[in-house]
Design a protein around this ligand. Structure first.
Ligand code: SAH
Length: 498
């Protein structure tokens, strides 16, 4: 059982140990302060349990979370309890460790980069600075959480004050500090969503910061920094303004496949909502006898991974593909092959089955293997058979519908953009949406999407599925891969008033 700090949100700020444990975990319990990309490294079959607040409502009771941790640990599972920032800084990590100890479950604590230091750093505020501040206090403004605060001592504290959980009580906290004798002219700053794509900073003085934050509609999670160092942000702020800053983009593809898309969008400043409505499940089976084919077609990076897994299990490697031509449906598939030492012979210009058929027009084929998902269109096998080839279709994996936590579903429905990267993401999103709220219909669009959410499709096949579901496509990528999708979305965002 591991109590792991996931850092403040930017996945680059996770520790090597945290990443290692996330990749090894069989069960991961996480809550809402975990940045979306943090779970990317999890194994596809890992059990991911959301134990945070659902849709702004009540949190999963702490005892329930602790009981689940203990149950899973006793089952002999590798369990990771992931917490935002550092688990022992206002994270109730201490309580959970005590519960584990009482239950006789052994545990390891993995510290994380706490938001109270990281968010100011990303806003250009050094919490200590020679000649300006030689002490820093980490304080929770949520008094009921911990013991009552000694405001007089905090007012006199000779250094920087960093308040966690202060957004709702900000004006009150400032007033109480001033009443207790802290200088109302002292610089102060609020950092919202620190280290995440949506990071914003509002500055003022202790006197004005409450009103300033209200004006700018600052929302949690945010930190409040009170002290002379807050003024340094005007000189030291270093985060560049990014083109998708302030936009939220929902991603519906399987978590295991979403990372490159999420990273590119976040790199452009978007806030990514991972709403993985499907999960990829590898199908068991023997390694195919590849020696008998003159053409091997792979239709996804996933299929490549699954094929090589089967080969490895049979003691084989890339040499099993030596005798055949290898075709990849797109750049991602070709890259997955290249990583395993195979350069695809055929990659069509447009990444749909029809284009692969065209690209294969001049290639002589007598026996072909198509390695792919169990449910897929038959364009490619039909076309090759029509040319007289003998075609075997090998189903290596299937996609299964993944239920979405209500909060994730709600955030995805209200996002500025929602992206669909295959027909199965469309169908599964609608299924997840229907099971998420029974038959509630409030006049919103199919799937409960808000009227403002713009729908982005990776290509014509996915668009067709969206049309059939009664959804209009606002943006269709002209290159049917991650880069093409991002480019199309960016183009649209630039043309839309933000
Ligand atoms: N264990 C966490 C803190 C949990 S308490 C840590 O070490 O960071 C939750 C509070 O942390 C929030 O109310 C907010 O004040 C702060 N917080 C967490 N992540 C944040 C972020 N990315 N930006 C700003 N504040 C954050």
């Amino acid at each position: 059982m591991y109590l792991v700090g996931a850092g403040p949100g930017d996945p680059g700020l996770m520790t090597a140990r945290a990443l290692e444990l996330i990749a090894a975990a069989e069960v991961i319990l996480y809550d809402r302060l975990i940045g979306p990309a943090v779970l990317d490294a999890a194994r596809p079959e890992a059990e991911l349990v959301f134990v945070g607040k659902e849709g702004g409502g009540a949190a999963v009771p702490q005892e329930e979370t602790e009981a689940l941790m203990i149950r899973r640990a006793r089952e002999g599972k590798t369990v990771v309890r992931l917490k935002g920032g550092d688990p022992f800084v206002f994270g109730r990590g201490g309580e959970e460790a005590l519960a584990l100890r009482a239950a006789g479950v052994s545990y390891e604590v993995v510290p994380g980069v706490t938001s109270g230091l990281a968010a100011p750093a990303y806003a250009g505020i050094p919490v200590t600075h020679r000649g300006v501040s030689s002490a820093v206090a980490l304080v929770t403004a949520h008094a009921s959480e911990e013991t009552d605060l000694d405001w007089a001592a905090l007012a006199e504290f000779p250094g920087t004050l960093v308040f966690y959980m202060a957004v709702r009580q900000l004006a009150e906290v400032a007033a109480v500090l001033i009443a207790a004798g802290r200088d109302p002219k002292q610089p102060a700053a609020v950092v919202e969503a620190g280290t995440l794509a949506a990071q914003r900073t509002v500055r003022g003085t202790l006197q004005t910061i409450g009103a300033r934050a209200a004006e700018e509609a600052i929302r949690p999670p945010a930190l409040v920094v009170v002290g002379e160092v807050a003024a340094l942000a005007s000189e030291l702020a270093w985060l560049p303004k990014r083109p998708l800053a302030g936009r939220t983009v929902a991603i519906t593809r399987a978590r295991a496949q979403a990372s490159s898309l999420a990273r590119e969008l976040e790199g452009l400043g978007a806030t990514v909502v991972q709403a993985p409505v499907i999960r990829v499940r590898r199908l068991d089976g023997p390694a195919p006898d590849l020696g008998s084919y003159d053409l091997i077609c792979l239709t996804s990076a996933n299929g490549v991974g699954a094929l090589f897994e089967r080969l490895a299990a049979a003691g084989q490697d890339a040499r099993a593909l030596a005798g055949a031509r290898v075709a990849a449906i797109g750049a991602g598939t070709a890259r997955a092959l290249a990583e395993r030492g195979i350069r695809a012979d055929v990659v069509p210009e447009r990444f749909v089955a029809e284009s692969l058929v065209e690209a294969l027009a001049e290639v002589p084929v007598s026996r072909a293997l198509i390695a792919r998902a169990s449910e897929a269109r038959d364009v490619l096998p039909d076309a090759l058979r029509a040319r007289g080839a003998q075609v075997d279709v090998l189903a290596l994996y299937e996609t299964v519908v993944e239920p979405l936590p209500a909060e994730v579903l709600a955030t995805a429905r209200a996002a500025d953009y929602i992206t669909f990267t295959s027909s199965s993401t469309v169908r599964s999103f609608l299924a997840a949406a229907a099971s998420g709220d029974g038959d509630v219909s409030d006049g919103s669009r199919p799937g409960g999407l808000s009227q403002q959410t713009r729908i982005v499709s990776i290509g014509p096949v996915t668009s067709q599925s969206l049309h059939e579901a009664g959804l209009e496509v606002d943006v269709e990528a002209s290159r049917h891969d991650v880069a093409g999708l991002v480019q199309a979305l960016l183009g649209d965002a630039m043309a839309q008033p933000g």
